[in-house]
Ligand binder design. Structure first.
Ligand code: ADP
Length: 260
């Protein structure tokens, strides 16, 4: 049995307690999660077979006519996208399954962010100025894998949504309020009306633009879930045409002992 308690103050120091039985809603939500997770899992095998044969066929590209070659390459591109989508859906399903990170080890942020920086530079292929600012010894308690997913989603988005010659700045700092990771870009920016819904699954500002950048629409949903599990929160500031800053805030308790 799942009960939801809501206490409201009313009148002259009186309290109103509303208790709702949310067992059914809870069960439905569980069914939705299981369904998405099972479907994603079941689709993986057929997709692996399709991708595998496409790869084999493309290994013999010289035997294909140019017309077929183009078609095969497009099929492979879309198959890869589908695989990425399934990976993200499975990751989200895993993140939703529990409220706490799978582990709470001190994560070395220098190593983690340097890795992400290298990957971002190769994604950018020299088209952006990307800088990293993190002091040695910075640590955060949590799951390295989950934090890697969250931070790399933010950094890769900055690369994807910043035109060539733009700049991207990654910064970690800690203070009395806790630890903070900011990813700042000089990119296309986002209109204010989209900000509240941005982290919803599959929410996109411009669907035509997203399909050309190859995103799944799940990146920020993953970020939000990872942060929730690490008692953190996401702050988004953006101005259309000027750029965006995505900041992850972590509570002081999440800083590992040496770092604080
Ligand atoms: P996607 O896979 O489409 O990038 P995300 O969940 O990561 O999905 O992001 C949702 C939407 O938010 C994107 O489609 C894009 O419109 C917008 N967005 C995310 N990051 C940025 C950014 N740094 N600059 C501009 N727009 C962004």
């Amino acid at each position: 049995l799942q009960l939801q308690f809501q206490i409201t103050l009313f009148g002259n120091n009186d309290h109103l307690l509303v208790v709702r039985n949310i067992t059914r809603i809870h069960l439905l939500d569980q069914m939705r999660k299981d369904f998405v997770s099972n479907v994603s899992h079941e689709l993986r095998t057929p997709l692996t077979v399709i991708s595998g044969y496409l790869e084999t066929l493309l290994d013999h590209a010289e035997q294909l006519s140019p017309r077929w070659l183009r078609a095969m390459q497009q099929m492979q591109g879309q198959a890869n996208r589908m695989q990425q989508l399934l990976n993200d859906l499975l990751l989200l399903a895993r993140l939703e399954a529990s409220d706490h990170p799978s582990e709470a080890q001190p994560v070395d942020l220098c190593v983690l962010l340097q890795q992400i920086l290298n990957d971002a530079r190769s994604l950018s292929a020299g088209q952006h100025q990307i800088s990293l600012d993190v002091s040695p010894g910075s640590q955060l308690k949590g799951s390295e894998r989950e934090l890697h997913s969250a931070f790399s989603n933010l950094v890769f988005n900055a690369v994807k949504y910043t035109p060539a010659q733009g700049s991207i700045r990654i910064r970690w700092w800690s203070d009395s309020l806790g630890g903070h990771l900011a990813v700042e870009d000089s990119g296309i920016g986002i209109e204010a009306r989209h900000l509240p819904r941005l982290a919803e699954r599959f929410y996109r500002v411009d669907s035509s633009r997203s399909s050309s950048t190859g995103g799944t629409g799940l990146g920020l949903a993953i970020v939000k879930h990872v942060l929730m599990r690490h008692s953190g929160r996401l702050e988004i500031r953006s101005k259309l045409g000027e750029g965006s800053t995505f900041t992850c805030h972590f509570a002081p308790a999440a800083l590992a002992a040496q770092a604080s």
